[in-house]
Design a binder for this molecule. Structure first.
Ligand code: BF8
Ligand code: SF4
Length: 629
C-alpha cells in the first residue's frame, strides 16, 4: 500500500481527495484504492497480454520466460494473442464512444421529427456547416436539414459505401496514406464488428494485419462516432464558448440541494439542467430549508455541462466515490461509462440516491428512471424532484466539504479558439512560426489507481506550459489541471515568457479545456485545420499527445486514432502488450514508418514531458523553424 509520508506514494496530489480518503478509512467505507490493494499481485500473464479466453478450448496462457507453453490450444502464439487482445480493447473503446454518438444522432432525428419536446436545434449555424460537409442542400429549413443530417450520419454507422465524411477534414496526404494502407475508416459499426470477427479463433492470425485493422477501427471512432457525438452535441446544446466556473469538491454547497451529474452523454445532464431551473422545484427546495438547487459535474458529463453551461466540476474518475462521502449529495445521476459499480454501495452509506437513466447501464442499489428523447423533459423534472425531496433526509452532522473551490475558465471549442484568434488559425500558426508558442500538446485521459491521482497530468502540463507549449486538455485531465490552478487566467504566470505573453494578450489560460473524451475530436479537428493551413500532413506539425493516467478501453481507442492520424502519443501506463516483441516493436518504433507517428510509454511524468518537448522541437526543426534541440 502507498506510503503516505512520501508525496509520490500518496493516492492523490490534491487535498480534497486526500481528506476524503482519510474520511473513508475513518468511516470504514471501501474505495477504489482498497480494492486495488486487494487485487495485488495482479496477474502477470494478463498484464503482458499473454492470456486468451476467446474460446472455450481455453482459457490459455503463454509462458513469458520461454519454458512453458508458447502457443494456445489452437496454436495461437504470443504475437497473435497480444495483437488480438489489444484489437479487442480498442474495438470496445471505439464502440463505447460511437454508441454514445448514436444516441445523439437518434435524438437529433427525433428533434427533427418533432418527437423530442425537451430538445431543440440550438446552434443553427453549426447545423448548416455540418450539413454542408455531408452534402445536404443548403436551402432546406432547419428541421428538414437536421433530418437529412441525422439520416446521413446513421448511414455512416452501417454498411456505408465509401469512407467517413469527417475524414475529409484531413489533408489529402493523410487520406491517401490511409487508402494505401487500407485503413481508411468505413462504417463505424462495420469496423468494430470486423475486429470482433478477425479476432475470433481461426480468422486473422497475422499480428500486423490485426493491428492495422485495429487502427482503422480506432479511426472510425475518432473521425466517426466520437466526432459525430461532439458535433451533434453542439448542434443540440450549443457550441461551447469561454465560460468561467469552479472546480474541486468545494463546489458542493452545504446549504443547497446538490445533484451530481456523472457519466458521459449530455442528453440526460442537459435535461437535469433545465429542470433544476424550474421555479416550482426551486421553491420546494427552499421550503425544505435549502438555499436552492446546485448542480455539479463529475467526469465527462461534467465536462459537457461545464463547457456549455459553466456548471462547476466536482471531480474526475477517482473522486466518484469520494463525492458521496461529503454527505452533501442528494442524488448522483448517471448515464453510462466510467461509473464504478461500487457507487451504489457508497451511496447506501449516506442519504444519496443513485439514479440510473439508460436502458444500457443499470447498477446495483440504484433507482432506475429511464430517459428517452420523448420523455426526457418530464424525467428530468422527476429526478430533480426526487433529489429535492431527499434534502429532508440529509444529516447535517455528516456533511464534510473539505476545501474551497478553485477558479477556472473552460469552453474552448475549435470555434471559440479560432474566434479568439480573429476567425482563422493564422495568428496561432504565426506565433508557432515565431517560436513564441513552440507547439501544442493534447494532455488527455483518465485516472488510474496505479498512479498518484493527477500527478501525471499536472506534472506534464506544468512542464509543458513552462516550456512555451500550449496544452489542450479533455476528460479527467481537464479536472486535474483546473484543480491545480492552470486554467484560471492567472495560470498564465506559470507559462514560459512567449506563451505567457500570448495568454495575456488574448485573455486565455495556458491550458485550454476542449471538453469531454469524445471531444478529443476537437483536438484532432484543430490539428487538421492547422495542417491544412500550413499545407503539410498532420505528422509534420509540432504537436503531440499524452495520456498519463489512462485506464479505459476508450482511452486505448483515442490513443490509437491519434497515432494513426499522425500524432505521437506518450502513455503513462503500460498497455498489456509486452508479451509480444513484434507488437511492442511495432507500437514503439515500427508505426513511425507506417503512419508517421508512434507510441511511447513513460510512467515518469517528468521524463514523459521531456519526450513531448523533444517531439515538438524536433518537428519544429523538420518544418525549418528554430528548434531548441
Ligand atoms: O471518457 S478520461 S476516466 S471519464 S475514459 Fe473515463 Fe477516462 Fe475519465 Fe470520460 Ni475518458
Ligand atoms: Fe486458447 Fe486459442 Fe481459444 Fe485463445 S482462441 S482461448 S489461445 S484455444
Amino acid at each position: 500500500m502507498a506510503d503516505h509520508t512520501d508525496p509520490k506514494q500518496q493516492c492523490s496530489v490534491h487535498p480534497d481527495t486526500l481528506a476524503m480518503v482519510q474520511r473513508a478509512r475513518q468511516e470504514g467505507i471501501e474505495t477504489v484504492w482498497d480494492r486495488a490493494q486487494a487485487q495485488e499481485p495482479q496477474c502477470g500473464f494478463c498484464s503482458l497480454g499473454l492470456s486468451c479466453r476467446n474460446c472455450v478450448m481455453g482459457p490459455c496462457r503463454l509462458d513469458p520466460f520461454g519454458e512453458g507453453p508458447q502457443q494456445g490450444i489452437c496454436g495461437a502464439d504470443a504475437d497473435i494473442i497480444v495483437a488480438r487482445n489489444l484489437a479487442r480493447m480498442i474495438a470496445a473503446g471505439a464502440a463505447s464512444h460511437s454508441d454514445h454518438g448514436r444516441d445523439l444522432v437518434e435524438t437529433l432525428l427525433a428533434v427533427a421529427e418533432g418527437l423530442a419536446p425537451g430538445y431543440q436545434l440550438t446552434d443553427l449555424a453549426k447545423l448548416d456547416r455540418i450539413a454542408a460537409e455531408f452534402g445536404i442542400a443548403a436551402d432546406l429549413p432547419p428541421q428538414a436539414k437536421a433530418k437529412e443530417l441525422a439520416l446521413a450520419m446513421m448511414a455512416e454507422f452501417g454498411i456505408h459505401k465509401g469512407h467517413l465524411t469527417f475524414a475529409k477534414r484531413l489533408p489529402a496526404a493523410r487520406l491517401d496514406l490511409w487508402q494505401k494502407l487500407n485503413i481508411a475508416p468505413r462504417g463505424i459499426d462495420r469496423e468494430v464488428v470486423e475486429t470482433m470477427h478477425r479476432t475470433h479463433m481461426g480468422v486473422d492470425n497475422d499480428a500486423v494485419n490485426i493491428l492495422l485493422h485495429a487502427l482503422r477501427t480506432a479511426l472510425s471512432d475518432g473521425w466517426g462516432g466520437s466526432m459525430i457525438a461532439t458535433e451533434v452535441s453542439d448542434i443540440l446544446f450549443g457550441t461551447p464558448q469561454p465560460v468561467a466556473s469552479q472546480v474541486n469538491l468545494g463546489v458542493l454547497k452545504k446549504d443547497q440541494v446538490n445533484i451530481v451529474l456523472h457519466g458521459h452523454n449530455p442528453l440526460v445532464s442537459e435535461m437535469i439542467y433545465r429542470a433544476s431551473h424550474d421555479p416550482a422545484l426551486i421553491d420546494r427546495a427552499k421550503a425544505l430549508g435549502a438555499g436552492g438547487i446546485n448542480l455539479v459535474g463529475l467526469c465527462c458529463t461534467g465536462n459537457e455541462v461545464l463547457m456549455r453551461k459553466g456548471i462547476p466540476m466536482a471531480g474526475n474518475h477517482l473522486l466518484q466515490e469520494l463525492v458521496i462521502l461529503t454527505g452533501a449529495a442528494e442524488a448522483m445521476v448517471v448515464d453510462y461509462q466510467c461509473i464504478m459499480p461500487s457507487v451504489g454501495q457508497v451511496a447506501a452509506c449516506y442519504h444519496t440516491h443513485l439514479i440510473t437513466t439508460s436502458p444500457k447501464a443499470k447498477f446495483p442499489l440504484a433507482q432506475h428512471h429511464e430517459f428517452t428523447p420523448e420523455n426526457a423533459l418530464e424525467k428530468g423534472r422527476e429526478v430533480v424532484r426526487l433529489a429535492v425531496e431527499n434534502f429532508a433526509r440529509r444529516r447535517p452532522e455528516r456533511v464534510f466539504i473539505p476545501v474551497e473551490p478553485v477558479q477556472q475558465v473552460s469552453g474552448f471549442s475549435v470555434e471559440a479558439i479560432l474566434g479568439a484568434l480573429g476567425g482563422t488559425p493564422t495568428p496561432l500558426l504565426d506565433a508557432i512560426k515565431a517560436g513564441q508558442i513552440r507547439g501544442a500538446v493534447g494532455v488527455v485521459g483518465c485516472n488510474n489507481p496505479k498512479i498518484c491521482q493527477d500527478l501525471g497530468h499536472t506534472t506534464i502540463t506544468r512542464t509543458l506550459i513552462a516550456s512555451d507549449i500550449l496544452v489542450l486538455d479533455t476528460g479527467c485531465t481537464a479536472v486535474a489541471n483546473a484543480k491545480a490552478g492552470f486554467k484560471d487566467l492567472s495560470g498564465a504566470a506559470l507559462a514560459g515568457p512567449g506563451l505567457q505573453a500570448i495568454c495575456e494578450a488574448l485573455k486565455i489560460p495556458p491550458v485550454l479545456h476542449m471538453g469531454s473524451c469524445v471531444d478529443n475530436t476537437r483536438i484532432i479537428a484543430l490539428a487538421a485545420a492547422l495542417a491544412n493551413a500550413l499545407g503539410v500532413d498532420v505528422d509534420k506539425l509540432p504537436i503531440a499527445a499524452a495520456a498519463p493516467e489512462w485506464y479505459s478501453e476508450k482511452a486505448a481507442a483515442i490513443a490509437a486514432y491519434a497515432v494513426a492520424s499522425g500524432i505521437y502519443t506518450v502513455l503513462g501506463v503500460t498497455p498489456p502488450v509486452l508479451g509480444s516483441k513484434t507488437v511492442t516493436d511495432l507500437l514503439l518504433t515500427g508505426l513511425e514508418g507506417v503512419v508517421g507517428a508512434k507510441f511511447a510509454v513513460e510512467p515518469d511524468p517528468e521524463k514523459a514531458a521531456a519526450l513531448l518537448i523533444r517531439q515538438v522541437e524536433s518537428k519544429r526543426r523538420g518544418l525549418g523553424l528554430d528548434s531548441r534541440l
